[in-house]
Design a protein. Structure first.
Length: 185
């Protein structure tokens, strides 16, 4: 059985996505209103809840809205079968399916973020380790260190981590090959 809780907050320190492609989309579209984000969150929560019910997976759904995005978090007690869905690739695929479900009902592009069983925090920790290894290569004399291609959301997280550690990063490439390159400040 799933429980749905809604909370709307806004914080400038929250995660934002500043990748050029999404910035271009944002410049041609207006920022969603709180009501639109609430509707996106409700549609997404209904979609995820139905998926969990079909798969007989327990989870509690929280809906949040911040920085022009709906955030959907699915959590459960330790030892439940929700971990089956918490792999980064699975979360990314479910996020895209959920965005499509929202788009189908609203007629508009959705930038919602899905987190399952803390998968976003776990991925951020992995990205931190990836950045740390890249910085070691630079400190050992490399002019730059390129990271593998990743989503715009993950590149934004990497840019933040790199900046916090006093290095410089930028994105290179197009489409699925877009990746982050780190250099000394």
């Amino acid at each position: 059985m799933t429980d749905v809780q809604t909370e709307t907050t806004s914080s400038p320190a929250d995660e934002t996505d500043t990748v050029e492609t999404e910035a271009a989309e944002a410049s041609t579209a207006t920022e969603p209103t709180a009501g639109e984000l609430d509707r996106e969150g409700d549609i997404a929560a209904d979609y995820i809840e139905e998926l969990l019910d079909i798969a007989d997976i327990d989870g509690d759904i929280d809906i949040d809205a911040r920085n022009g995005r709906a955030y959907i978090s699915v959590n459960a007690e330790d030892g439940t079968n929700l971990q089956l869905l918490a792999k980064p690739e699975t979360v990314a695929a479910l996020q895209e399916l959920t965005r499509l479900a929202v788009q189908n009902q609203t007629g508009g592009f959705s930038r919602l973020i899905l987190d399952i069983a803390g998968s976003r925090d776990a991925r951020q920790a992995e990205l931190g380790q990836l950045v740390a290894r890249a910085i070691v290569r630079i400190e050992e004399g490399a002019a730059e260190a390129a990271l593998p291609p990743m989503s715009s959301y993950e590149r934004k997280l990497v840019h933040d981590i790199v900046s916090e550690r006093g290095f410089v990063s930028n994105s290179r490439g197009e489409g699925r090959d877009r990746h982050t390159v780190i250099t000394a400040a």
